[in-house]
Design a protein around this ligand. Structure first.
Ligand code: SIN
Length: 213
């Protein structure tokens, strides 16, 4: 099963006439900026909610045992806090590859924390992509994350790093923090080395030195 979006994203030409483009990051793009940028500022977008509803086949899980990572779902009135990066268009080659497992570049209005409003792009994995997992309770999501890992490392590190980055931004995200609490309960109950899934199976050992995102 493939959800590769690289070709679709190459056809996204909305900002082709611009020398610089704002990108909004709301997941690993907040805490792992492995690309060059000209400027970086806390920001938010409106009417979108961050949800651990996207499957990860290539970073925090595998095609056979996907991890769970965040995407955005439309939710009128909700504010999603993240990080805005001003980048040059060449950077999209790297980003399209990194976000290839179901994410599409979408145009959005960004509200910079210092008051500016700019047009830009955000990567969103919609319900139509093959890797989409959809809703589950926050407890179930924590169990799923606890037992998942992929080439970029344990799924739980994605959650823990995202929650820490959101705290640094003073972002109140009830969904992410509830999943983090459930994960912590699992770790407290079973120990760092032996977080168990719902069926009592022990999680595989951590992947070690692979890059995280
Ligand atoms: C993002 O961070 O903006 C997209 C989702 C991810 O790569 O975690």
């Amino acid at each position: 099963m493939s959800a590769n979006t690289i070709a679709d994203n190459r056809r996204m030409n909305r900002f082709d006439d611009r020398a610089e483009v704002w990108l909004f990051g709301y997941g690993s793009l907040i805490y792992k900026a492995d690309f060059p940028y000209l400027d970086r500022r806390p920001a938010h977008i409106r009417d979108w909610a961050r949800r651990f509803w996207q499957g990860s086949h290539d970073h925090r899980g595998t095609a056979d045992a996907p991890g769970r990572v965040v995407t955005l779902v439309a939710e009128p009135g909700t504010v999603c806090v993240g990080m805005a990066y001003l980048i040059t268009p060449e950077v999209f080659d790297h980003l399209d590859h990194r976000e290839k497992n179901g994410y599409l570049r979408c145009a959005t209005e960004l509200f910079l924390a210092d008051g500016g409003r700019v047009d830009g792009l955000v990567y969103i994995a919609t319900a139509e992509n093959a890797a989409f997992l959809g809703p589950a309770s926050e407890r179930e999501i924590a169990h799923h994350i606890a037992r998942s890992q992929g080439p970029s490392g344990p799924n739980r590190d994605y959650l823990i790093d995202l929650a820490a980055a959101l705290r640094e931004l003073d972002a109140d995200d009830a969904h992410v923090f509830a999943i983090e609490r459930h994960l912590q309960e699992l770790i407290d109950a079973d120990g760092e080395e032996g977080v168990r899934d719902e069926g009592g199976r022990e999680a595989e050992p951590a992947a070690g030195t692979a890059p995280r995102d």
